[in-house]
Design a protein around this ligand. Sequence first.
Ligand code: HEM
Length: 261
Amino acid sequence: MRQRSILAVMVLTFMLCAQIAGAEADREKLLKEPGIYATFAVFKVGDEWWKLDRDARTKAVAEAKSVFQKYSEQMTIDTYLLRGLSEKADFFLRIHSKEMSHNQNVLIDFMGTTFGKALKNTDTFNGITKALNYVPSFPEELKTELKTPPPPSSPYVLVVPIRKDAEWWMMPHDPRAALMKEHTDATVAYLKTVKRKLYHSSGLDDLDFITYFETAKLDDFNNLVIGLLKVKENRHNKRFGDPLLLGTIRSLDEILEVFSR
Ligand code: HEM
């Protein structure tokens, strides 16, 4: 009898581990593959929220958490705290899934919760991940440098929406690739301290790119951007930021705890 229950515990543990491993594998895929839809949804907590008593706020954030849990197998949802570093917004979500409608569904459900109803959605950016456009034509040495592993984990996040001018899009591929090589040459010194991800937004939003960064060294990020403002490709940036988001990478529990205090 005892042996049977030990066996049952072992089977259950194995099933749980397999499930967790499966979920992680999916996250890896969603964060790495091209053709994944991303939505960045930025929120400000309204004044009404703070008028609720603490118990009501705790209950409401638990309701919001259950919405995210419901969708966790379809998508990845990363959470970031802006409060204290921005007067315009308090936190944002970065959602990745295989269908833009999945991103929409989770956000509709979230906005329908008591917590969601107390929020103002200050910005939303939509984009898609794609295969590299210019790197394949770069010299081998630069391609090797680009393989430098990024920092494994970082406290800070930065998101910079970018819109290019018409001249950029009308330029033939080769001169554009030459300008992107100049862009890349200005960035290689920061590969060890800045992790990056690029989303393409043309036609999906009023933007062309959502650029996303994680770092522990905001001084490096500041110098990286100053370096990029000096290269010719920058002349084609019609919009750079506006808003630029600077926040800290926090778990969903940490974010919800801040707003249930
Ligand atoms: C460590 C820092 C960075 C590195 C190594 C880097 C490298 C690159 C590379 C290699 C590409 C070409 C990708 C391709 O082949 O399709 C690229 C594209 C791009 N980067 Fe950066 N970059 C960095 C930082 C930044 C920053 C700080 C910004 C602006 C805030 C930025 C904006 C862009 C944009 C908008 C594109 C897309 C351009 C296009 O496809 O027309 N990058 N970057």
